[in-house]
Write a protein that binds this ligand. Structure first.
Ligand SMILES: C[S@@+](CC[C@H](N)C(=O)[O-])C[C@H]1O[C@@H](n2cnc3c(N)ncnc32)[C@H](O)[C@@H]1O
Length: 206
Protein backbone atom coordinates (compact mmCIF):
# COMPACT_ATOMS: atom_id res chain seq x y z
CA UNK A 1 0.00 0.00 0.00
CA UNK A 2 1.24 3.51 -0.76
CA UNK A 3 1.15 6.47 1.59
CA UNK A 4 -2.19 7.76 0.23
CA UNK A 5 -4.02 4.40 0.49
CA UNK A 6 -2.39 3.54 3.78
CA UNK A 7 -2.52 6.83 5.70
CA UNK A 8 -4.89 9.30 4.01
CA UNK A 9 -7.69 7.19 2.54
CA UNK A 10 -8.92 5.60 5.81
CA UNK A 11 -9.32 9.12 7.24
CA UNK A 12 -11.21 10.29 4.14
CA UNK A 13 -13.47 7.24 4.38
CA UNK A 14 -14.12 7.96 8.05
CA UNK A 15 -15.35 11.45 7.14
CA UNK A 16 -17.25 10.69 3.92
CA UNK A 17 -18.85 7.43 5.08
CA UNK A 18 -19.55 9.07 8.44
CA UNK A 19 -21.98 11.56 6.87
CA UNK A 20 -25.21 11.61 8.84
CA UNK A 21 -27.32 11.12 5.70
CA UNK A 22 -26.03 7.51 5.66
CA UNK A 23 -27.19 6.81 9.22
CA UNK A 24 -30.71 5.68 8.23
CA UNK A 25 -29.15 3.11 5.89
CA UNK A 26 -26.88 1.82 8.65
CA UNK A 27 -29.87 1.48 10.96
CA UNK A 28 -31.80 -0.37 8.28
CA UNK A 29 -29.05 -2.78 7.22
CA UNK A 30 -28.09 -3.78 10.76
CA UNK A 31 -31.69 -4.59 11.75
CA UNK A 32 -32.01 -8.32 12.33
CA UNK A 33 -28.31 -9.02 12.95
CA UNK A 34 -27.96 -11.39 15.87
CA UNK A 35 -25.61 -13.71 17.73
CA UNK A 36 -22.02 -14.01 16.46
CA UNK A 37 -21.50 -11.58 13.59
CA UNK A 38 -18.62 -11.19 11.13
CA UNK A 39 -18.27 -7.71 9.64
CA UNK A 40 -16.10 -7.46 6.53
CA UNK A 41 -14.55 -4.06 5.80
CA UNK A 42 -15.11 -2.86 9.35
CA UNK A 43 -13.35 0.44 8.50
CA UNK A 44 -13.49 2.95 11.35
CA UNK A 45 -16.44 1.24 13.02
CA UNK A 46 -19.20 3.50 11.73
CA UNK A 47 -21.78 0.71 12.16
CA UNK A 48 -20.99 0.20 15.85
CA UNK A 49 -23.72 2.55 17.19
CA UNK A 50 -26.31 0.66 15.16
CA UNK A 51 -25.74 -2.96 16.22
CA UNK A 52 -29.00 -4.35 17.64
CA UNK A 53 -29.07 -5.70 21.21
CA UNK A 54 -29.34 -9.26 19.86
CA UNK A 55 -25.73 -9.10 18.59
CA UNK A 56 -23.45 -10.96 21.01
CA UNK A 57 -20.04 -10.48 19.39
CA UNK A 58 -18.52 -8.82 16.33
CA UNK A 59 -15.52 -10.32 14.54
CA UNK A 60 -14.14 -7.39 12.54
CA UNK A 61 -12.26 -8.01 9.29
CA UNK A 62 -10.32 -4.93 8.21
CA UNK A 63 -6.97 -4.58 6.42
CA UNK A 64 -6.33 -0.89 7.20
CA UNK A 65 -4.51 -0.33 10.50
CA UNK A 66 -5.45 3.37 10.49
CA UNK A 67 -9.11 2.48 9.99
CA UNK A 68 -8.97 0.16 12.98
CA UNK A 69 -7.18 2.84 15.02
CA UNK A 70 -9.84 5.43 14.12
CA UNK A 71 -12.44 2.94 15.35
CA UNK A 72 -10.82 2.85 18.81
CA UNK A 73 -13.28 5.06 20.67
CA UNK A 74 -16.32 3.42 19.08
CA UNK A 75 -14.95 -0.04 19.86
CA UNK A 76 -14.15 0.92 23.46
CA UNK A 77 -17.62 2.36 24.04
CA UNK A 78 -19.48 -0.46 22.31
CA UNK A 79 -21.95 -2.50 24.34
CA UNK A 80 -21.08 -5.43 22.07
CA UNK A 81 -17.59 -7.02 22.28
CA UNK A 82 -15.63 -6.34 19.08
CA UNK A 83 -12.42 -8.09 18.10
CA UNK A 84 -10.30 -7.44 15.01
CA UNK A 85 -10.16 -11.02 13.83
CA UNK A 86 -9.05 -10.88 10.19
CA UNK A 87 -7.42 -8.73 7.55
CA UNK A 88 -8.90 -9.88 4.25
CA UNK A 89 -12.47 -10.74 3.32
CA UNK A 90 -11.17 -12.88 0.46
CA UNK A 91 -9.62 -15.36 2.88
CA UNK A 92 -11.35 -15.54 6.25
CA UNK A 93 -9.50 -17.18 9.16
CA UNK A 94 -12.62 -18.89 10.56
CA UNK A 95 -14.02 -22.42 10.53
CA UNK A 96 -17.01 -23.30 8.39
CA UNK A 97 -20.46 -22.64 9.93
CA UNK A 98 -19.19 -20.22 12.61
CA UNK A 99 -21.42 -17.13 12.41
CA UNK A 100 -25.13 -16.37 12.71
CA UNK A 101 -24.95 -13.21 10.58
CA UNK A 102 -22.55 -11.21 8.44
CA UNK A 103 -22.41 -7.51 7.62
CA UNK A 104 -20.92 -5.58 4.71
CA UNK A 105 -21.45 -1.86 4.20
CA UNK A 106 -19.82 -0.12 1.23
CA UNK A 107 -17.13 -2.81 1.06
CA UNK A 108 -18.12 -5.24 -1.72
CA UNK A 109 -17.38 -2.38 -4.17
CA UNK A 110 -13.73 -2.41 -3.09
CA UNK A 111 -12.63 -6.00 -2.44
CA UNK A 112 -10.65 -7.07 -5.54
CA UNK A 113 -12.04 -10.63 -5.79
CA UNK A 114 -15.55 -9.93 -4.58
CA UNK A 115 -16.81 -13.41 -5.49
CA UNK A 116 -14.10 -15.01 -3.36
CA UNK A 117 -15.15 -12.79 -0.45
CA UNK A 118 -18.84 -13.65 -0.83
CA UNK A 119 -18.05 -17.35 -0.99
CA UNK A 120 -15.90 -17.02 2.12
CA UNK A 121 -18.78 -15.27 3.91
CA UNK A 122 -21.14 -18.05 2.86
CA UNK A 123 -18.67 -20.68 4.06
CA UNK A 124 -18.31 -19.18 7.55
CA UNK A 125 -22.05 -18.55 8.03
CA UNK A 126 -24.10 -21.26 9.70
CA UNK A 127 -26.82 -22.90 7.58
CA UNK A 128 -29.65 -20.37 7.38
CA UNK A 129 -27.29 -17.54 8.36
CA UNK A 130 -27.75 -14.13 6.78
CA UNK A 131 -25.54 -11.60 5.03
CA UNK A 132 -26.81 -8.05 5.52
CA UNK A 133 -25.43 -5.59 2.99
CA UNK A 134 -25.72 -2.05 1.75
CA UNK A 135 -23.56 -1.12 -1.21
CA UNK A 136 -23.44 1.40 -3.99
CA UNK A 137 -23.21 -0.04 -7.49
CA UNK A 138 -24.54 -0.17 -11.01
CA UNK A 139 -27.41 2.25 -11.60
CA UNK A 140 -30.68 1.15 -13.22
CA UNK A 141 -30.57 3.92 -15.85
CA UNK A 142 -28.33 3.57 -18.93
CA UNK A 143 -27.47 7.29 -18.90
CA UNK A 144 -26.18 7.03 -15.32
CA UNK A 145 -24.38 3.77 -16.14
CA UNK A 146 -22.49 5.58 -18.91
CA UNK A 147 -21.24 8.13 -16.37
CA UNK A 148 -20.34 5.34 -13.96
CA UNK A 149 -18.19 3.68 -16.64
CA UNK A 150 -16.46 6.98 -17.40
CA UNK A 151 -15.82 7.77 -13.74
CA UNK A 152 -14.88 4.28 -12.53
CA UNK A 153 -11.16 4.40 -13.50
CA UNK A 154 -10.71 7.61 -11.47
CA UNK A 155 -12.81 6.26 -8.61
CA UNK A 156 -10.66 3.12 -8.43
CA UNK A 157 -7.51 5.23 -8.19
CA UNK A 158 -8.71 7.71 -5.57
CA UNK A 159 -10.92 5.40 -3.50
CA UNK A 160 -8.78 2.32 -2.87
CA UNK A 161 -10.02 0.21 -5.80
CA UNK A 162 -13.71 1.11 -5.36
CA UNK A 163 -15.85 0.10 -8.37
CA UNK A 164 -18.97 2.01 -9.43
CA UNK A 165 -20.50 -0.65 -11.68
CA UNK A 166 -20.78 -3.78 -9.57
CA UNK A 167 -24.22 -5.36 -9.39
CA UNK A 168 -24.31 -6.32 -5.74
CA UNK A 169 -27.64 -8.14 -5.71
CA UNK A 170 -26.55 -10.27 -8.68
CA UNK A 171 -23.17 -11.00 -7.10
CA UNK A 172 -24.79 -12.07 -3.84
CA UNK A 173 -27.14 -14.37 -5.77
CA UNK A 174 -24.30 -15.75 -7.91
CA UNK A 175 -22.38 -16.58 -4.73
CA UNK A 176 -25.21 -18.92 -3.72
CA UNK A 177 -27.26 -16.79 -1.35
CA UNK A 178 -31.03 -16.62 -1.53
CA UNK A 179 -32.02 -12.94 -1.55
CA UNK A 180 -34.73 -12.58 1.06
CA UNK A 181 -34.75 -8.77 1.03
CA UNK A 182 -33.55 -6.37 -1.64
CA UNK A 183 -34.21 -2.71 -2.36
CA UNK A 184 -32.38 -0.55 -4.90
CA UNK A 185 -32.67 3.23 -5.07
CA UNK A 186 -30.74 6.46 -5.53
CA UNK A 187 -29.43 7.76 -2.22
CA UNK A 188 -30.88 11.22 -1.59
CA UNK A 189 -28.23 13.94 -1.55
CA UNK A 190 -25.60 11.94 -3.48
CA UNK A 191 -24.76 12.34 -7.20
CA UNK A 192 -26.43 9.45 -9.04
CA UNK A 193 -23.27 7.70 -10.33
CA UNK A 194 -22.17 7.32 -6.68
CA UNK A 195 -25.58 7.09 -5.06
CA UNK A 196 -27.16 4.07 -6.78
CA UNK A 197 -27.51 1.88 -3.70
CA UNK A 198 -28.80 -1.58 -2.85
CA UNK A 199 -29.71 -2.71 0.63
CA UNK A 200 -30.55 -6.34 1.20
CA UNK A 201 -30.27 -9.61 3.05
CA UNK A 202 -29.04 -12.87 1.56
CA UNK A 203 -29.54 -16.22 3.32
CA UNK A 204 -27.47 -19.36 3.05
CA UNK A 205 -29.29 -22.63 2.37
CA UNK A 206 -30.38 -24.48 5.51
C1 LIG B 1 -15.59 2.47 1.75
S1 LIG B 1 -14.88 1.67 3.09
C2 LIG B 1 -16.31 1.23 4.09
C3 LIG B 1 -15.98 1.08 5.55
C4 LIG B 1 -17.16 0.70 6.45
N1 LIG B 1 -17.71 -0.60 6.13
C5 LIG B 1 -18.25 1.75 6.43
O1 LIG B 1 -19.39 1.43 6.11
O2 LIG B 1 -17.94 2.89 6.79
C6 LIG B 1 -14.33 0.09 2.47
C7 LIG B 1 -13.59 -0.71 3.50
O3 LIG B 1 -13.23 -1.99 2.94
C8 LIG B 1 -11.95 -2.30 3.41
N2 LIG B 1 -11.35 -3.33 2.55
C9 LIG B 1 -10.62 -3.15 1.43
N3 LIG B 1 -10.19 -4.34 0.96
C10 LIG B 1 -10.66 -5.29 1.80
C11 LIG B 1 -10.55 -6.71 1.86
N4 LIG B 1 -9.86 -7.39 0.93
N5 LIG B 1 -11.16 -7.35 2.87
C12 LIG B 1 -11.87 -6.66 3.81
N6 LIG B 1 -12.00 -5.33 3.80
C13 LIG B 1 -11.42 -4.65 2.82
C14 LIG B 1 -11.22 -0.97 3.39
O4 LIG B 1 -10.04 -0.97 4.16
C15 LIG B 1 -12.30 -0.05 3.95
O5 LIG B 1 -12.28 -0.01 5.36
Amino acid sequence: MGFYDDRILPRLIDVTCGASLIDPLRKRVTAGLHGDVVEIGFGSGLNVPFYPAAVEKISAVEPADIGWRLAGKRVAESAVPIERSGLDGQSLPFDDDTFDSALSTFTLCTIPDVMAALQEVRRVLKPGGTLHFVEHGIAPDPSVQRWQRRLEPIQKRVAGGCHLTRDTAQLVTDAGFELIEVDSFYQHGTPRPYGAATVGVGRTGS
